[in-house]
Design a binder for this molecule. Structure first.
Ligand SMILES: Nc1nc2c(ncn2[C@@H]2O[C@H](COP(=O)(O)OP(=O)(O)OP(=O)(O)O)[C@@H](O)[C@H]2O)c(=O)[nH]1
Length: 205
């Protein structure tokens, strides 16, 4: 019974005014687009955000197809690794052993790729795609307890890079031909107004 975890605790500084998570992207809040793409492949959705975002995010997700659980940051602004840790701790409170972690700004997520990552993670601690030289750590499946523990240790050591806890795990990398069968747009993220407008154009095509 896999879970989805959406990270939304950032400050959207490159986006400018307003929280990009709930920004209206071609008629649908961006986080709702992410959630809707996950609905076919997860049984429960965990949203990690700050307490002050919760009401707007809950509005954006109202009527969602799956149960939604909030994992609010105990301390805001600790970075995405802390968000992953907090989100995966909430996954531990469900029946799910694994969580697919996504950023809130990936409105083109490919559910088939997410399902594939769940499959590949079976028996290991994580399945992480690497479409370029970079690991897509905010588009990856983790065994909740293993990664949350590794994030706690990395945070305690003052580490900020998400690959550091990942490298402590037993993980598989999904890349090359294996990855080529899925939609590369799955990794596209929206940081600036310009990227937001590009995404709107694409969605209206
Ligand atoms: N919980 C938590 N999540 C964060 C934090 N910083 C970023 N994130 C999330 O991590 C993901 C990737 O971060 P960015 O795309 O850089 O988002 P951001 O930090 O809001 O945007 P910028 O301020 O423009 O960098 C997004 O889903 C953010 O919501 C944080 O301090 N805490």
């Amino acid at each position: 019974m896999p879970a989805g975890v959406v990270l939304a605790g950032g400050r959207s500084t490159r986006f400018g005014e307003g929280d990009k998570a709930v920004a209206d992207l071609a008629g649908v809040p961006m986080i709702r687009r992410v959630a809707d793409r996950l609905a076919p492949v997860v049984d429960v959705l965990v949203v990690n955000c700050r307490a002050d975002q919760r009401e707007a995010v809950a509005d954006a997700l109202s009527g969602y197809d799956r149960p939604v659980r909030f994992a609010t940051d105990p301390d805001p602004d600790e970075g995405p690794m802390a968000g992953i840790r907090t989100g995966l701790r909430e996954v531990e409170a469900t029946d799910a052993a694994y969580g697919f972690v996504a950023a809130c700004d990936m409105p083109f997520l490919d559910p088939d790729l997410v399902a594939h990552l769940f499959e590949r993670a079976r028996g290991t601690d994580a399945a992480v795609p690497r479409p370029t030289e970079w690991f897509e750590t905010t588009h990856a499946v983790y065994r909740a307890t293993a990664m949350a523990d590794a994030c706690d240790a990395a945070l305690a050591a003052g580490e900020r890079r998400i690959v550091e806890p990942l490298f402590e795990l037993d993980y598989v990398v999904v890349e090359g031909e294996e990855l080529a069968q899925f939609d590369a747009a799955s990794f596209a993220n929206v940081n600036t107004r310009e990227e937001f407008e590009d995404a709107e154009r694409r969605l209206r095509e």
